[in-house]
Design a protein around this ligand. Structure first.
Ligand code: EPZ
Length: 457
């Protein structure tokens, strides 16, 4: 096992060598959803009984979250894609900065820890290169439930009000349908005294998965997936077994890759209505889509330009904005892509333009003129989804590309290159041990500014 520090530089010395223009065919197995598994791990803190999670994706973000739980005293047993989590003996202490830095989902533990133990201290998650990532909705919601919160030296310290031994139910209206804030407040309210109503709640499938598991644990949560969620607090929650839902973003990424290479593939397992907005846009742009039970098949051909605007679920997901832009670079005509969720989620534009795309961006709206071809290049991804976009562009392009920044890719895609190669892509992971410093990137004709972009998303 490469330890964290070396592992990071080790990952930075890896790249994916991709020979473009190969078409894809066959069926790809979709892993469990990263953004569900992360919050389910946080929710396991709500009980002193065991939680058995199946279909957990093997990702570095999951590894980080497991390290955070272990730091709290949680016992974890892993076997393949199964995790058994035992939070019987937790010693509450501050989560160390180096563990939570770079994993925003670690902050979602605050609701669970506070409502079960009456206190929690978690470093501010801070921003990343897709945006400031504030937590004001989390904080104001927890205060409405009766928490006293101070932020001292970048640490969020939450505790129950004097002589209170539980949070209390409340009516909360979120200013924006924040996924993380909705999850934090659902977990906090699950053990609060009385009823909580969350209005303008986020409706993402990962939240519905969280509520399904919590209800299996004895919680009383109604109408998850709607914009008004009701939680009747209970005294305690018991253990359960739960299977993580399939990753709709991974599935969407593969479907977009197939459309971009005029390929026919099937993705499974997947829940089709988790991807409705994406399937509609793929069909509008010329791909043929058929869904059957828990699988979706696509035949991509003659892609034409379509406009998209990201939105909270069930709208077009922001996490597929970058991969879809890679598709639009070679679509016939002009398309516009508006990013309405994050203020800085266009890191891939400059890199796609280096590959021959024709994209301009103004006020978070990208305007794309479709081009005939892209050229292979050596580039570094700037965040998780930009890296996926670059790989799709490399599959489209002629000649060879080397894509660095795999420390981002491995956060959210399990065995991405293996799955692509099993579909027929000419792609493989190369390790060049001699490069552990940034100098190699520069020496490797990589644009200096893309070097500056290599940060944790
Ligand atoms: C979750 O992040 C996902 N991460 C993100 O996936 C995803 O892009 C995002 O939801 C939107 O769908 C996980 O689930 C671990 P938000 P989260 O709170 O919860 C503003 C990926 O690539 N906001 O819904 O942090 C915020 O600035 C990752 O897998 C506030 O203003 O997202 C943003 O503009 C990236 N105040 C918008 O809401 C708050 O207190 C959406 O953020 C919280 C958020």
């Amino acid at each position: 096992m490469v330890c964290e520090g070396n592992k990071k530089s080790y990952l930075k010395s890896q790249n994916l060598k991709i020979i473009g223009r190969s078409s894809l065919r066959g069926e790809v197995k979709i892993s469990g959803a990263k953004n569900s598994a992360l919050v389910l791990l946080a929710a396991s803190l709500l009980t002193d009984e065991k939680i058995k999670l199946d279909n957990v994706p093997l990702l570095t973000d999951i590894e980080k979250m497991c390290n955070i739980l272990k730091n709290l005293g949680v016992k974890l047993q892993t076997k393949d894609h199964q995790l058994i989590i035992d939070s019987t003996n937790i010693s509450i202490k501050e989560l160390p900065y180096e563990l939570v830095n770079g994993l925003r989902a670690s902050f979602f533990c605050i609701g669970a820890l506070l409502t079960r133990f009456g206190e929690a201290s978690i470093p501010l998650p801070g921003g990343c290169n897709i945006g400031k990532r504030p937590i004001n909705e989390h904080i104001s919601g927890l205060k409405a439930l009766g928490a006293e919160i101070i932020i001292e030296k970048e640490i969020v310290k939450a505790k129950l009000a004097e002589n209170k031994n539980r949070l209390h139910g409340s009516n909360i209206r979120l200013n924006c349908p924040s996924v993380g804030a909705t999850e934090t407040l659902i977990m906090a309210a699950s053990l609060a005294q009385g009823r909580t109503v969350i209005e303008n709640a986020a409706r993402e499938p990962e939240i519905q998965d969280l509520c399904q598991m919590l209800n299996k644990m004895g919680a009383k949560i109604y109408d998850s997936g709607k914009e008004k969620i009701i939680i009747d607090g209970v005294q305690d929650l018991h253990g359960c077994s739960h299977k993580v839902i399939p990753d709709r973003i991974e599935a969407g990424t593969f479907l977009i890759a197939a459309a971009a290479t005029s390929s026919s593939i099937t993705v499974s397992p997947v829940i089709p209505n988790h991807l409705e907005a994406v399937l509609n846009k793929l069909e509008e742009s010329g791909s043929k889509i058929t869904t059957k039970g828990n699988s979706i098949s696509i035949r991509g051909n003659n892609i034409k330009a379509v406009n998209i605007e990201t939105a909270p679920f069930p709208g077009f997901p922001t996490d597929l904005q970058a991969p879809f832009m890679a598709l639009m670079t070679i679509a016939k005509g002009r398309s516009t892509i508006s990013e309405t969720i994050f203020e800085n989620r266009m890191n891939h534009v400059e890199l796609l333009n280096q590959m021959g795309s024709s994209i301009t961006v103004e006020n978070n709206v990208a305007r794309i003129n479709g081009v005939k071809k892209l050229k292979g290049m050596t580039l570094a991804g700037a965040d998780l989804r930009s890296s996926a976009a670059l790989i799709i562009a490399a599959l489209i392009s002629r000649r060879v590309s080397h894509i660095y920044g795999l420390e981002h890719l491995d956060r959210g895609y399990e065995n991405f290159e293996l799955k692509l190669s099993q579909l027929g892509a000419q792609i493989k992971r190369e390790t060049n041990r001699k490069i552990n410093s940034h100098s190699y990137y520069e020496g490797n004709k990589l644009a200096k500014d893309s070097l500056a972009k290599i940060k944790v998303a």
